[in-house]
Design a protein around this ligand. Sequence first.
Ligand code: PHE
Length: 349
Amino acid sequence: MADTVALKESFSVALNSVTNMEELEKIRVEYLGKKGFITELMQEMKSLTPEEKKTFGQAVNVLKNEVNDAITAKREELKQKEIELENSRMPLFDLSMPPVLDRGSYHPITLVQRQCEEVFRSMGFAIEDYSEIVTDYECFEALNIPKNHPARDMQDTYYLDNGQLLKSHTSAAQNAIYKKYKDALINEGKPIKAIFPGRCFRNEATDACHENTFFQMEGVMVDKNISISNLIFFMKTMLSEVFQKDIKVRLRPGFFPFVEPGFELDISCLICGGEGCPSCKHSGWLELCPCGMIHPEVLKAGGIDPEEYTGFAFGLGLTRLAMMKYGVKDIRDLNSGSLKVLSQFTDDK
Ligand code: PHE
């Protein structure tokens, strides 16, 4: 009996000092694990008389249940604290908040775009602007998507009477960027490093996740010996700056005719931290940024010799990034022009 009382006391002291899940798990194993204190007490019972067994057995069982309950309660308490901490870090947008009408504010996409630009500028990237109306050549053919290629189906857009179109992705500026910077690359050995944010259009039925008008930010880097590791480094640095915490990324294979190999870059879910929740469809990951190594045909179309130079390209979904950063659940709120929604974003940038 004395054993159970002493054990209960030592357990209470240990539990009180627990501050995170790992410590809690350690204590659980120490007391309830296969070689834990309580399991060991049960083993001792073998050597007792039937009478002793009864009282001792009861005491051990009571202790075991108490320890179990206390651990479960502590686990809930720690989980709750983690959620509160996470929420306090993420300024969740709240549609029911009254509008702040006495001052204007930047659109959340502008805020996120500026943050990304700042980080890339500090890493030596030029920031380029490009028109919203482009030619079929720029949007598709120069990107290794010939007429009638099935990849065009995914990017149906709006056409003007003169055959030009509203760009369906920021990749439409790639060809012009290569042509603009190729001489400095070839003659002076200056790597091409540029980002070009822009509004994109697609002929889409709209819902909470799809809009016919959205923003992307394309980035390219071309030099001798550029590899996928360079791509991962730049993306991780940028995302960690934007979200102000270390962001885990993973690459999955993805197909785009203008990159080879092509990838989908996912980041660990910002809401649940990777455990799985409705926002990440319980996978723990969020799809954020298609990317890959620039296809040799695309470099060639830009006047760059793919035998000598390689590069990476990515197409970051700025709209999506803004939704993640501010916890906006319906993409349509961002294009609504509603002050009730938009005046809540007041980062001073
Ligand atoms: N332009 C592609 C899209 O919008 C994304 C992409 C950009 C993929 C760059 C690879 C490299 O779907």
